[in-house]
Design a protein. Structure first.
Length: 122
């Protein structure tokens, strides 16, 4: 986890979002971190179910999941603007670590979520 923290600080440490994240999470307990992270992964599991149902990435259901993801990130980590969300969507498929973690709910879940995010943030 320390490697990820170092990488995040190196890439985004000078941003307002990173500073907000540090402030918002500075007193998180191990349990609060688990709750926030598990909640986010539960949303990706919902993306997998949505994809498996045959819904399109611009469907009402998929778009509601994008809004839910954005709200979760804002509530637990930092203010997730549409611009930040669009960047996250791209990262979910471009960075194999994210893709692999999200795709554990079903092959193609990361791509589905990324495409839904792209439709949402247009």
């Amino acid at each position: 986890m320390k490697n990820y923290e170092t990488e995040a600080r190196s890439r985004w440490g000078a941003t307002d979002a990173y500073r907000e994240h540090e402030q918002k999470t500075k007193n998180y307990t191990k349990e609060k971190w688990a709750e926030a992270n598990d909640g986010m992964m539960a949303i990706f599991a919902e993306f997998a179910t949505c994809k498996e149902s045959g819904a399109s990435t611009d469907s009402t259901k998929a778009q509601a999941l994008v809004a839910k993801l954005q709200a979760h990130i804002t509530a637990n980590y930092y203010t997730c603007t549409d611009k930040i969300l669009a960047g996250l969507g791209k990262m979910y498929v471009a960075d194999e670590r994210f893709k692999k973690n999200i795709d554990k709910y079903g092959e193609g879940t990361a791509e589905f979520a990324a495409d839904a995010i792209a439709a949402y943030t247009k």
